[in-house]
Ligand binder design. Structure first.
Ligand code: NOJ
Ligand code: CA
Length: 712
């Protein structure tokens, strides 16, 4: 009898749980939250009165504890509003507005005597929400077996996806309907890690387009002490469910309360360019934890790097010595390979080139012992991060670089042996401090040690953050390769300037490469989380140049490589090709020399994922603008309206475009450069070749230029 009464009471309480509504500040978005008859938390989202996310469940399955999925009632709700702004240390714009309405729901699971909160923030371009767990007697430590967050979509949307995976995001994109997603159709990525984990799994950020023209991005922000979110697609009902990366023993996440999850985000617009402009991921991250940011310098750099990726040119390895052990190898006794890239003579030449052309940094890979046996053996001690090869004079080269106003960029390839890196990182940093390095590129090629951990799991997520913090404590800038997808954490750690975390230009050197549409998708997907070290600027497009008969090539025209400096945002931009390839085309190289890496403003002029992007950016603290326009495999005319310019001024636009009959495959390296006068009323129709692009630098015109140049 008692039990029946209790059930009856619970039933009443559940059905009477009031639904809560929340609107975005501009009222375009409406969020509804409710607890249904089973006590399951449910939310839905509409944009301009169209449903985007239908009733979707929230909650968790736990290990050896009752689930956090049902039996809830609403204990309390709280509404708040914020409208403020903040200035990023570096970025695409100089100031970011942060305006949202917030609903905090406190849920009570009476049967288990536990509470769980869900905090929703509704911005003018979408939704962020996260789970929060207060410290409480019945919910202290717990293990998440599954996060059950759903995103119930309204149909079989078109989607731009890479396969769900635990260890890599270095895939090309497929564009299909949700019902057609099949991870097994995508080739392995050739970097020796696990592939897709389920056919219907995709990674985030996931971009979709509905039949009636809505763009929807599902992602996460502020991924801290948690594992990364993939999505499983219910291919009949079009419901996406979170799928977290497990650890070595199959657990997804370890929680000790108080703790909260990363934000889950749904960014929506009827204009593709609004997705690119969204600052919601950044707004959901914590402000900078770094007080003195004076050492953080957006910059362009070159490197002993592309030479190792193209055929027959340079090696990381100093000698031919497979199957060595770090601790019993006498490096001085080995015969150096003539193609060893990091030898003092080469590095000096790169320093000279950087100094001459205004590059702040020179990345040197293959400077340290161990490369002879670095990849594929899943071994613990590949590198020590402190011992230079005998032909790399670390002291001399750093002094020489500094004397020329250049700094070397350190390289720490961990080969995935992460415990080894953590054991040695303090010494590695000490070495950097001794020689005056202020930037490091890290790398995580291969399977992770501790064995069984994954690149995108909680343990590694925390590792990347530990490294960012350690580097910050030592005033060092960081660029991480093969990390988990970035989630806006560069707001909190502005020294963590770039990540790879996607398929970069390097794949064009040694694999089937990146299809011409790749760079028109990345800004809508991977770059939602932060800057990418894509390594643009390849001028020598075909690998047959290095090795007759080699079919690999960069899948763009040369002009498109220039445009990538604008469309592929990063405060660290590499001029990735070999200096000798630039020396042959100094007129085109001029754009790379001139282009800025830090911006006061960005205008998204036209964009369609998978097809084209044209954007304009205003260089920080100047009146100079730069425009980048790129297309996929189809020729196209980019329309550049210069209405962003100061209406009282004339400007010289130097246009670096595709040459006559340019084509990414047949004729990629022809370009033409012309100068015209433009003002805020000018509109340029610029032809882009198949796989092509255009880059424009725009400066105020001098009196002499006003006479000599044509106005458009
Ligand atoms: C893969 C990185 O993406 C690449 O930039 C680097 O040169 C190699 N690993 C070696 O660390
Ligand atoms: Ca890589």
């Amino acid at each position: 009898m008692k039990k029946i009464a209790f059930l009856f009471f619970t039933f009443l309480m559940v059905t009477f749980s009031v639904a809560e509504n929340l609107y975005s500040p501009d009222k375009n978005f409406k969020l509804e939250f409710a607890v249904n008859a089973l006590g399951e938390p449910v939310y839905s989202l509409a944009y301009k009165e169209k449903p985007v996310i239908q009733a979707s469940k929230l909650g968790f399955e736990l290990k050896n504890q009752g689930s956090l999925r049902n039996g809830f009632s609403i204990k309390n709700t709280k509404i708040a509003s914020v409208d403020d702004s903040w200035k990023p240390v570096w970025g695409e714009v100089k100031e970011i507005r942060n305006t949202y309405n917030e609903l905090l729901v406190e849920l009570e699971q009476k049967t288990e005597d536990r509470t769980m909160k869900i905090r929703f923030r509704l911005f003018n371009d979408g939704l962020g929400f996260r789970y929060e767990f207060d410290k409480q007697p019945k919910l202290n430590y717990f293990r998440i077996v599954d996060e059950c967050t759903q995103f119930a979509l309204t149909g079989d949307h078109k989607t731009f996806w890479i396969p769900g995976a635990y260890d890599t995001n270095e895939y090309y994109y497929s564009t299909t309907k949700l019902s057609e997603v099949d991870g097994s159709t995508v080739d392995g990525n050739g970097i020796g890690t696990h592939g897709y984990f389920a056919r219907n799994a995709v990674q985030t950020p996931l971009l979709m387009k509905t039949a009636d023209g809505l763009y929807i991005s599902v992602f996460e922000a502020a991924l801290v002490d948690y594992s990364a979110m993939n999505l499983l697609i219910d291919q009949k009902n079009f419901v996406l469910t979170a799928s977290l990366v497990p650890d070595a023993v199959g657990t997804k996440v370890y929680i000790q309360t108080p703790q909260h999850t990363p934000w889950r985000t749904v960014i929506v617009s009827d204009k593709a360019s609004d997705i690119l402009a969204s600052k919601t991921i950044l707004n959901l991250n914590e402000p900078s934890k770094i007080d003195d940011t004076s050492y953080i310098k957006p910059q362009k750099f070159i490197g002993i790097w592309w030479g190792m990726h193209v055929p027959n040119t340079m090696s990381w390895d100093y000698a031919h010595a497979p199957n060595i052990r770090l601790k019993d190898t006498d490096w001085n006794a080995l015969t150096p390979l003539p193609q060893h890239g990091a030898k003092t003579k080469n590095v000096k030449r790169y320093i000279d080139f950087a100094a001459e052309h205004g590059f702040a940094g020179v990345l040197v890979e293959g400077w340290n012992v161990g490369w002879e046996d670095w990849n594929g053996n899943w071994k613990e001690e590949v590198f020590d991060f402190v011992t230079p090869y005998p032909d790399f004079d670390i002291k001399y080269l750093n002094e020489y670089a500094h004397s020329k106003g250049v700094k070397l960029i350190m390289h720490h390839e961990t080969s995935g042996a992460v415990t080894n890196y953590e054991r040695r990182i303090d010494k590695a940093i000490e070495l950097m401090k001794t020689y005056g390095y202020d930037a490091v590129k890290t790398g995580y090629v291969g399977w992770i040690i501790p064995r069984g951990e994954h690149h995108d799991g909680q343990w590694m997520v925390n590792h990347y953050i530990r490294v960012a913090e350690k580097m910050a404590a030592n005033r060092i800038m960081l660029d991480a390769h093969e990390p988990v997808h970035p989630t806006g954490m560069h707001r909190t750690y502005p020294n963590w300037m770039a990540c790879e975390a996607a398929r970069g230009n390097e794949f064009n050197a040694w694999s089937a490469g990146n299809p011409p549409e790749h760079e028109t998708i990345l800004p809508f997907t991977r770059l939602m989380g932060g800057p990418m070290d894509y390594t643009p600027g390849i001028f020598e497009i075909k690998m047959s140049y290095y090795q007759p008969g080699n079919p690999n090539q960069v899948h763009t025209t040369l002009a498109k490589q220039l445009a990538l400096y604008i469309t592929m945002y990063s405060p660290l931009q590499m001029a990735a090709d070999l200096p000798e390839n630039y020396e042959k085309r100094m007129d085109a190289f001029q754009f790379i020399k001139d282009v800025a890496v830090d911006w006061d403003d960005t205008k998204y002029l036209e964009a369609e994922p998978g097809d084209y992007i044209t954007m304009a950016r205003k260089a920080k603290g100047t009146d100079d603008w730069f425009v980048g326009a790129i297309t996929d495999e189809n020729a196209r005319t980019a329309v550049v309206s210069f209405s962003f310019l100061d209406p009282k001024q004339w400007y010289v636009a130097t246009i670096y475009g595709d040459g006559e009959n340019a084509d990414w495959k047949e004729n990629p390296m022809v370009y033409q450069i012309k100068k015209v006068l433009v003002n805020s009323k000018s509109v340029l129709k610029q032809k882009l070749a198949p796989g092509g692009g255009a880059a424009i630098s725009i400066k105020r015109a001098t009196k002499a230029e006003m006479k000599g140049l044509k106005k458009i």
